[in-house]
Ligand binder design. Structure first.
Ligand SMILES: C[S@@+](CC[C@H](N)C(=O)[O-])C[C@H]1O[C@@H](n2cnc3c(N)ncnc32)[C@H](O)[C@@H]1O
Length: 328
């Protein structure tokens, strides 16, 4: 049975047109699209696609030089890491966090911008399912074309829940959705703070906004803008670090290399219209100043949250390490 979200393409024996990932004995990956009569060549022999068509997912196949390959259908996480890219993609570890922490649920109406290469869109589409809606906005037509092609390849056709509009979110969103008609908004773009007015109008009360930003300066700016807007709850921010493990005999340890940085996530929720954000229990310290407002003299240890030792404490430590309060 053909399913509109491509579930039928993810199970059963390999068929013509399936994308298959081959892993060689050294762990190198090669992705092929199964085509009757075609051959997969390397500098060490070749194998026919026909040898794989009809075999179960997870089979091995041996080429003419006796090299064995493991054949598996790529998972979504494999797919997004190997598919053609225009813009940088949201990595699977962050896409997983976004789906969970923005509470993307089956049947939800989700707005996304920008689309880039469509990696995150695919995770959102999977989470909303065929009865949800993902309305994606992308400024660049060329990127939107790449994203559409990537998703079409992955799902085996146009996902029924997806629409991609070319245009700037700030201009395009108000005409595309009813006020309060959107459950979740996901922003992966340079300047998400520019979109807060239209996002606030579109989100249903209690709806979630999540932003993925690459730098601490963007994080600071968007968090301050969320606070200043007055229609959102106190923002929450975090990052996730995933460290792979090497598993070989007794050498079971963290891998030496990892992606040390991808981006930061920050979420907030839409307050009911007319509700003002409740006062924070922990008030910002005296001298609190936003990075926007900060002048030269504002970059003090206190304002950046450093614990400043008293002069008395420093004198005491100095005495204890030098034996005198004035060693010079
Ligand atoms: C890093 S990419 C998004 C990658 C995407 N999330 C993925 O996983 O493949 C950021 C995209 O946002 C688009 N963009 C930036 N500001 C925008 C705006 N205001 N409205 C629509 N698209 C925007 C850019 O053109 C760019 O393609």
């Amino acid at each position: 049975m053909t399913t509109p979200t491509g579930a039928d393409r993810r199970r059963g024996p390999f068929a013509e047109g399936d994308r298959v990932q081959l892993t060689d004995p050294k762990g190198r990956l090669h992705t092929i699209t199964l085509t009757p009569g075609k051959q997969f060549h390397t500098h060490r022999g070749h194998l026919t696609h026909d040898a794989l068509i009809g075999s179960p997912d997870g089979s091995t196949v041996t080429n003419t030089a006796g090299v064995e390959y493991l054949a598996l259908r790529p998972l979504l996480s494999d797919w997004v890491m190997s598919m053609p890219r225009g813009a940088a993609v949201v990595y699977p570890k962050d896409a997983g966090q976004i789906v969970q922490m923005a509470d993307i649920f089956p049947g939800a109406t989700v707005v996304e911008a920008g689309v880039g290469s469509g990696a995150l869109s695919m995770s959102l589409l999977r989470a909303v399912g065929e009865h949800g809606r993902v309305l994606s906005f992308e400024r660049r037509e060329d990127f939107a074309d790449i994203a559409r092609a990537n998703a079409r390849d992955f799902f085996g056709g146009d996902h029924p829940a997806w629409s991609v509009s070319v245009g700037d979110l700030v201009e395009a969103l108000p005409g595309a959705v009813d006020d309060g008609g959107v459950d979740r908004v996901v922003l992966d773009m340079l300047a998400p703070w520019e979109c807060l007015d239209v996002v606030s109008a579109a989100l249903a009360p209690g709806g979630v906004l999540i932003c993925y930003v690459a730098t601490a300066t963007q994080l600071s700016k968007v968090a301050e803008a969320m606070r200043d807007h007055g229609t959102f709850t106190e923002p929450q921010a975090w990052e996730s670090l995933v460290r792979g493990w090497h598993l070989e005999g007794l050498a079971v340890r963290p891998q030496h290399r990892m992606h040390g940085h991808t981006g930061f996530l920050v979420t907030t929720r839409r307050l009911a219209p007319g509700t003002t954000p409740p006062l924070r229990k922990r008030r910002p310290g005296k001298g609190y100043v936003t990075s926007e407002e900060a002048g030269e003299g504002d970059w003090t240890p206190e304002n950046v949250g450093e614990r400043v030792p008293s002069d008395k404490k420093v004198r005491k430590v100095r005495r204890s390490v030098t034996g005198t309060s004035d060693p010079s």
